[in-house]
Design a protein around this ligand. Structure first.
Ligand code: UD1
Length: 379
């Protein structure tokens, strides 16, 4: 049973699904479950289409809510599904609330009086920002603490788990499934957005922003938007807007800092901070491939830019993905004007020198995961 709940999850379950179906592995039956944490087509259904995944057979339909309400709703509904479907293995991915909620259900279940229960597998285990004010960090630490099998994307993930007392035999360094998805879909990247906006062959910066720590406080959001406007004086900064960020810009009266671009047929001006509707996965890939530089508070985009060799400034003071800094194109910029501008200069110099793609980010993580599960007898 492969579980997804929110936007960054789909690209992590897809490579496992493909490894089973492409490899014609009849020793596995797959069931896709969606918790419904994300429900808008642009944050959910469209991704299944772009990744050529079937729609999930179960959608728990939990929707939005406080952390506690959302986590509790997933737990209650997911327990019923597991008891009904009786999977041998439950795979959770990443660090969203749905990941933790489903993980907490599994170890306390029993199918019968022998205590039989599914194996709990966490993909993208061991990442640590060491910033416990991030909800995702709580989700990572707790999910790893209750998982039976932990698949890591990088060696520091394995080291973090060992330092927390996870026995080595539970940990498998398999590489990064997010990069599997990116490589597989690269040829289908959808450049329509670049054509619609007249951006083909022109320099532009791409920005994504959605962390509560960046968008929920007026003064922090205002400083970031002001800095993006400053960068936008040199080349257009394209900002596809997460619904949360759009709402906060309106609530804090910051609309005049951002020009809205309607597509299609609305050519991007040579300068400015330009908001877009959320992009599909294939559109985002085309934008990432073509961008001169990227500014983001997303985890996945730090990894995708490193794999593509595109300079990236992370709009945070820390990252759970340090390999993107030590080997890749990523630089921490924080959230102040001076920090962001200095990091942008460093990232562009780093990108020009050429960065390394981290070990095992080679498009085969999904295959390694399925092979490891088969070896564990999880079928
Ligand atoms: C969640 C994840 C975050 C991930 C991000 C990717 C947690 C704690 N956070 O944050 O790690 O990087 O997804 O997008 O799990 N909303 C919609 N439509 C939707 C879903 C949400 O409009 O389909 C709006 C609602 O107003 C909602 C808000 O976005 O309250 C936040 O959604 P939520 O899923 O709680 O968190 P994200 O900020 O998306």
């Amino acid at each position: 049973m492969l579980v997804a709940g929110a936007r960054p999850n789909y690209m992590k379950i897809a490579p496992i699904y493909w490894a089973i179906t492409d490899g014609d592995r009849r020793d596995f039956d797959v069931e896709l479950v969606h918790t419904g944490q994300h429900y808008d087509a642009t944050l959910s259904g469209d991704f299944f289409r772009d990744l050529e995944l079937p729609q999930p057979s179960v959608n728990l339909g939990v929707g939005s809510g406080s952390h506690a309400a959302q986590t509790a709703a997933v737990m209650e509904r997911f327990e019923k599904v597991v008891l009904e479907k009786r999977p041998d293995v439950v795979v959770v991915v990443g660090d969203v609330n749905s990941t933790l909620a489903c993980a907490l259900v599994v170890p306390k279940l029993a199918y019968d009086e022998t205590g039989k229960r599914p194996l709990l597998v966490h993909v993208e285990a061991g990442l640590r920002s060491r910033d416990r004010t991030m909800p995702e960090e709580i989700n990572r630490v707790l999910t790893d603490a209750v998982s039976d099998v932990l698949f890591t994307t990088c060696r520091d993930g394995t080291e973090n788990l060992l330092a927390e007392g996870v026995p080595l035999y539970r940990i498998h360094f398999v590489g990064n499934p997010m990069i599997d998805s990116m490589r597989r879909c690269a040829a289908r990247a959808d450049g329509a957005v670049l054509r619609d906006l007249g951006l083909e062959g022109r320099p532009f910066a791409l920005c994504t922003l959605h962390r509560p720590s960046n968008v929920d406080r007026a003064e922090v959001l205002a400083e970031i938007l002001g800095t993006l406007q400053e960068i936008g004086a040199q080349m257009p900064v394209l900002l596809p807007l997460h619904p949360r960020t759009r709402e906060r810009i309106r609530r804090f009266g910051l609309q005049e800092r951002v020009a809205s671009l309607a597509r299609p047929g609305h050519e991007a001006p040579a300068r400015g901070l330009l908001a877009l509707e959320p992009l599909s996965y294939l559109e985002m890939l085309a934008m990432l491939q073509a961008a001169r530089c990227v500014l983001t508070d997303s985890g996945g985009i730090q990894e995708e830019t490193t794999a593509l060799g595109v300079p990236c400034v992370t709009l945070r003071d820390n990252t759970e993905r340090p390999v993107t800094i030590s080997e890749g194109t990523n630089v921490l910029g924080g959230t102040t004007r001076n920090g962001i501008l200095a990091a942008l200069a460093t990232a562009r110099a780093k990108g020009a020198k050429g960065a390394r793609v981290p070990e095992l980010w080679d498009g085969r993580a999904g295959v390694r995961i399925v092979e490891a599960l088969a070896r564990l007898g999880a079928r």
